[in-house]
Design a protein around this ligand. Structure first.
Ligand SMILES: NC(=O)c1ccc[n+]([C@@H]2O[C@H](COP(=O)([O-])OP(=O)(O)OC[C@H]3O[C@@H](n4cnc5c(N)ncnc54)[C@H](O)[C@@H]3O)[C@@H](O)[C@H]2O)c1
Ligand SMILES: O=C(O)C(=O)C[C@@H](O)[C@H](O)[C@H](O)COP(=O)(O)O
Ligand SMILES: [Zn+2]
Length: 376
């Protein structure tokens, strides 16, 4: 039986030839996991990887749905938080998949936020040199960004996501009901990546968010529309440049600064989560662009005002617990995956919705800028 879409459900296709896949977005999809997977998967066995916040709420309904469709499942529950994206946790995930004898026609399911999705996707990408992988994203950030596009991996003390592989999922099931149990802080963090799509190249979407963000936060159709628009924006970029040879780097808007801040706070989710780093990073990218006379400071003020209005941090000084000096932030920036021949690549902007890839950004300019913006 193929997928039966309800009127409130949306479908976005990621077009990647014989690795194309659907993103289903809407209410009640966890209870339909067995039906949706059963219709697409040859194998009848899955390993579900999740975390301690998600498991008590959504693991049983997923396991029941799988059982109903005759799919055998094992599960592994990991601690929540960014520190879980590490070698220490990769090992038990690989062991759980292998221990359950998941074959290439079976599947590995990530049930959780971006941390579980990135870690599980990496394990699926390397076990048996590539196993089928299904994303069931449960945070806003994972539904609008991390579950789509096949970037998987773990962090290193040297920097964010430095160890990983591209491994596309076979299906993404984004159950929008589960966002009701997400903390307000984590919802806001995911919203930063939603706003990112507007800032990259969709000024009308950013304007719509400025007008409608309260409805997006409240839930209902505006939220589903924002998730679907975000997935469509990402799907288009990924289809055009899967391996980040050019255009895809735009999805990194705000991330060079944001990732450096995450590394500087030692991936401590109590101090800074990814979406918060991206929010601060996007304001810094606008301010740096203005400093380089590429954009008006009014755009930086407009972006900061909106992110502040929804309750996101926008300044390095908003991060609790202090930061290492600007030189240390530059060390993390030098490890960014976009660096080529030692030269920094940044996503800069000419204004809201007018971002572009800038190769060869002078490190000395970035350092001086960071010293100016540094809270100490
Ligand atoms: N692969 C990509 O393309 C990509 C894109 C963006 C971000 N990322 C990565 O994603 C990670 C951030 O993802 P995240 O913001 O989802 O963080 P996360 O996975 O840590 O989830 C946030 C918190 O919310 C909890 N949670 C998740 N769903 C819940 C629910 N429905 N109800 C209650 N609690 C819930 C989690 O347990 C966690 O404590 C970062 O590591 C970032 O680098 C990857
Ligand atoms: O999918 C992408 O491409 C992105 O850049 C999306 C980002 O939101 C995401 O945080 C990604 O993991 C960052 O990529 P990285 O290559 O800088 O690790
Ligand atoms: Zn991101």
């Amino acid at each position: 039986m193929m997928s039966q879409m309800t009127p409130s459900e949306r479908k976005v296709r990621v077009n990647l030839g014989d690795r194309s896949y659907d993103i289903l977005i809407g209410p009640g999809l966890i209870a339909a996991t067995g039906r949706e997977i059963g219709a697409r998967l040859k194998g009848r066995r899955v390993a579900v990887i999740t975390d301690e916040n998600v498991a008590p709420r959504y693991l049983d309904p997923m396991m029941a749905s799988l059982a109903q469709s005759g799919i055998e499942a094992v599960s592994l529950v990991l601690p929540p938080g960014e520190k879980t994206k590490s070698f220490d946790h990769l090992i038990p995930v690989c062991d759980a998949i292998l221990g359950a004898r998941i074959e290439r026609n079976d599947a590995v399911i990530a049930l959780g936020g971006g941390v579980i999705g990135d870690l599980t996707g990496f394990a699926a990408g390397i076990v048996r040199r590539g196993s089928r992988f299904i994303q069931v994203p449960t945070s806003l950030l994972a539904q609008v960004d991390s579950s789509v596009g096949g970037k998987t991996g773990i962090n290193s003390p040297h920097g964010k996501n430095l160890i990983g592989v591209f491994h596309q999922p076979d299906l993404v099931l984004a159950d929008t009901d589960v966002l009701d149990t997400l903390s307000p802080r984590e919802f806001r963090a995911g919203y930063a990546e939603v706003a990112k799509y507007g800032l990259i190249d969709k000024p009308a979407f950013f304007h719509w968010l400025e007008q409608n963000w309260q409805a997006v936060f409240a839930g209902g159709s505006a939220r589903i529309e924002a998730i679907a628009a975000s997935c469509q924006a990402k799907a288009d970029v990924v289809a055009a440049d899967e391996r980040e040879n050019g255009l895809r780097a735009l999805l990194n808007f705000g991330h060079t600064f944001g990732h450096a801040l995450e590394a500087a706070t030692e991936y401590d989710s109590n101090r800074l989560v990814h979406g918060e780093g991206v929010a601060i990073g996007m304001v810094l990218a606008h301010e740096f662009s203005a400093r380089m006379n590429l954009a008006s400071p009014d755009d930086a003020r407009r972006v900061e005002a909106h992110l502040k209005t929804v309750g996101l941090p926008t300044r390095m000084g908003d991060i609790p617990g202090g930061l290492p000096p600007a030189e240390r932030l530059m060390d993390a920036i030098a490890q960014d995956k976009k660096v080529k021949g030692g030269k920094l690549t940044f996503i800069l902007t000419r204004g809201v919705g007018q971002s572009f890839v800038a190769d060869d950004v002078p490190a000395s300019e970035v350092l001086n800028f960071l010293k100016e913006k540094h809270p100490q």
